[in-house]
Design a protein around this ligand. Structure first.
Ligand SMILES: [Fe+2]
Length: 294
């Protein structure tokens, strides 16, 4: 099943939202959206009002993902499936709708510990999107703002929740030994043509952050290279230099944000076509590259 959900936004909570300003603006090439309450910030990678919301708080991790449903009927369907599966569903009030810039919102908990908001009608920003750093812009039309990857000790339950309740389809999976008898196990899940909007990794123990990375995809391959140069010019860790993933074919690199979670900037990811017939195991992350650089 492909439920036509799109990643609407990601909310991260960090002690000092301003500490991510330079990173998101000057390294990744996002543009600021309208500021939220207090110290909170919002960031855009397209014409939508906001895509990454940075709130002040002690958690230093993602707190919420927003998934947008494109029709009222589909919205009601997701709510029905959540309720039928025994999940508490809280309907957002007027303040929630205003804060998230959406017309409908329900909230529930995910097994991997972040809050899930099912939304519709994410507002457009007033000024059209334009980033001097990313002249080709970001690929978001019909596929949401990017993808998010979480590591969780509640792995099996989380995968079941995403597939059986939310209706994600499995694109493929990764299984490879990474030493000390630990097997890296990742499920890549789609809900629109983007190869994966959500990926879940089995965490062997509770990690300090569940958000491993978020990915934004650019329309022009050269914009990956330019972003890499900007990252290289900082002293931020680059856990993976330029490379190409084996499964989704993404040409990308990973830079570690000042908050610890990573951002992948990529180009040319595979599109999932229906019926999807390439759901299979992979035993390597990358066809080439993605070497740890610093
Ligand atoms: Fe990724």
């Amino acid at each position: 099943m492909q439920p036509d959900l799109e990643l609407a936004y990601l909310v991260v909570e960090v002690p000092d939202p301003a500490a991510l300003d330079t990173f998101f603006r000057d390294v990744v090439g996002l543009v600021p959206g309208e500021p939220g309450d207090g110290d909170s910030r919002t960031w855009r990678n397209d014409d939508k009002a906001h895509r990454i919301l940075v709130e002040a708080g002690g958690r230093n991790d993602a707190t919420t993902i927003g998934l947008e449903v494109t029709s009222d009927a589909a919205f009601d369907g997701v709510v029905e499936r959540l309720t039928a599966a025994g999940h508490d569903v809280e309907h957002g009030d007027a303040a929630d709708l205003a804060r998230r810039r959406v017309s409908r919102l329900v909230r529930t908990a995910t097994p991997w510990g972040v809050t899930l908001e099912i939304v519709s009608g994410l507002a457009e920003a007033t000024p059209p999107f334009s980033s001097a750093s990313v002249p080709g812009g970001f690929l978001t039309e019909g596929v949401g703002f990017g993808h998010v990857v979480f590591a969780t000790t509640a792995f099996d339950e989380s995968v079941r929740f995403a597939i059986d309740v939310l209706g994600f389809g499995r694109s493929d999976w990764l299984s490879m030994p990474i030493g000390d008898g630990i097997e890296l196990e990742v499920r890549f899940l789609h809900c629109n043509p983007r190869h994966h909007t959500l990926a879940l990794a089995r965490a062997p123990f509770d990690l300090p952050q569940q958000l491993h990375h978020l990915m934004v995809e650019v329309n022009d391959r050269d914009d990956v290279g330019a972003a890499f140069d900007r990252a290289w010019a900082t002293d931020l860790p680059i856990p993976n230099g330029l490379g190409r993933h084996d499964n989704d074919g993404m040409f990308s690199f990973y830079v570690q944000s000042p908050a610890g979670f990573q951002v992948e900037v990529g180009y040319g990811g595979v599109e999932v076509e229906q019926p999807w017939t390439n759901d299979r195991a992979y035993d390597r992350i990358s066809a080439w590259g993605h070497q740890p650089l610093r």
